[in-house]
Design a protein around this ligand. Structure first.
Ligand SMILES: Nc1ncnc2c1ncn2[C@@H]1O[C@H](COP(=O)(O)OP(=O)(O)O)[C@@H](O)[C@H]1O
Ligand SMILES: [Mg+2]
Ligand SMILES: [Zn+2]
Length: 370
């Protein structure tokens, strides 16, 4: 079986981690000065580079070339050629121990770590323990971890990772170097997907690529897995195929529909909904996307300066169309529309009549509903 795309394209250098520039700079500098810490906490939403960065630390600590070539060591990157680097890349190094705290939550598991961490590394100079989903540990397990976290043996480094920083006790967070791995905007994820598509010779329409980036909701991994899945369906991927396979409507449909609403075309908008429904696309997700879109239209109308913020989420072309849309309708009416859509959205999630709450919202906001 071929290696999954998200594993094949896992960044092999700190410099390849997209959108995490501050973290990358700090870690590179620490590596250059041989001052990597003994305990780290990487936190932030899934699929943004926490595990990747943890493994990069393991590579930096054990890279043979860094130890033999002082000039190379100044790059603050692993060589990716020596045995140690290659073993870590292929997940076969005995010195990198990854523990999933979600399924190893208790004090016994932490005691096991405390025992095994004492023994010297097998191949390299350092053992690196990566404890994922660390917020899942029980209270006693956290307590048992404190001492080791504060003073691990000199041959060991501990990297904690979590998506839920708030669930960690302060006793833990105060003993580690903390790094936030920020959720990345759609445009950043599109950048990477486009590079993968090119390298893999996947022929995909930009709008389809954008749909996949949006569907990942800020996770590189989710988007890359989706691309993997969709690419296996055929040689040429257009927006329609991507919509069919993800069940998610592309941005174009959301735009078109928003325009119908803002132009008060009730008949056309009701018809649009029935088409989306018949195509088997996810109507709830569609309304969610629509709410986000109209919110942007409204914000842009009230404060054109916000355009800068949206450049992260939207392509330049989309912003032009968004601005065009912003001239329609008056603000009070748009706010009312947005409110009814939000209500329709929460009702739709529990309603057996999926499209009805949405239809009612549209009628309420049209001239006919007055
Ligand atoms: N910042 C990033 N830049 C480029 N690719 C990334 C980034 N973060 C995640 N990825 C991609 O997503 C995959 C999963 O990332 P990972 O580091 O395991 O995420 P998590 O934050 O959930 O630990 C990687 O193999 C890589 O392909
Ligand atoms: Mg991870
Ligand atoms: Zn190396």
């Amino acid at each position: 079986m071929a290696l999954a795309l998200y594993r094949k394209y896992r960044p092999k250098l700190l410099g390849d981690l997209l959108g995490q520039e501050t973290n990358v700079e700090i870690l590179k500098n620490a590596a250059r000065q041989n001052r990597l810490g003994h305990a780290y906490l990487f936190y932030g939403p899934r699929g943004n580079g926490k595990t990747t960065a943890a493994r990069l630390i393991a590579k930096l600590l054990n890279c043979e070339k860094r130890h033999t070539d002082s000039k190379f060591a100044q790059l603050g990157e692993p060589c990716n050629e020596c045995l140690s680097c290659r073993e870590i890349d292929s997940n076969s190094s005995f010195d990198v121990i990854e523990i999933d705290a979600a399924s190893n939550r208790g004090i016994d598991e932490i005691r096991n770590i405390k025992d095994s961490i004492k023994s010297a590394p097998v191949g390299g100079r350092y053992k690196v323990y990566i404890i994922d989903e660390v917020h899942m540990l029980t209270g006693p397990a956290f307590n048992a971890l404190l001492k080791t976290l504060e003073e691990p043996p000199s041959h060991a480094v501990i990297v904690l990772a979590t998506t839920e920083y708030e669930k960690l006790p302060a006793t833990i967070t105060s003993r580690v170097q903390r790094f936030l791995f920020k959720k990345q905007p759609k445009t950043k994820i599109m950048e990477k997907l486009a590079a993968i598509a090119k390298a893999e010779k996947i022929d995909i329409e930009p709008s389809a690529l954008e749909l996949i980036a949006a569907a990942g909701e800020g996770s590189f991994r989710d988007s890359e897995s989706l691309l993997d899945q969709i690419a296996s369906f055929g040689s040429k991927i257009d927006l329609k195929t991507a919509e069919r396979l993800t069940g998610r409507t592309g941005f174009k449909k959301v735009e078109e529909f928003a325009e119908l609403l803002l132009k008060n075309d009730l008949n056309a908008s009701l018809e649009y909904i029935s088409v989306i429904n018949e195509e088997g696309l996810n109507l709830v997700q569609f309304v969610k996307d629509l709410i986000h879109h109209l919110r942007k239209v409204l914000s842009l109308k009230l404060n054109p300066g916000l355009e800068k913020i949206f450049t992260l989420e939207l392509t330049a072309e989309e912003i032009i169309r968004l601005k065009k849309l912003a001239v329609h309708g008056d603000t009070a009416k748009n706010i009312k529309l947005l409110k009814s859509l939000i209500r329709a959205y929460s009702e739709m999630r529990y309603s057996p009549f999926l499209s009805v709450p949405l239809e009612i919202a549209l009628i309420e906001n049209s001239e006919a509903g007055k």
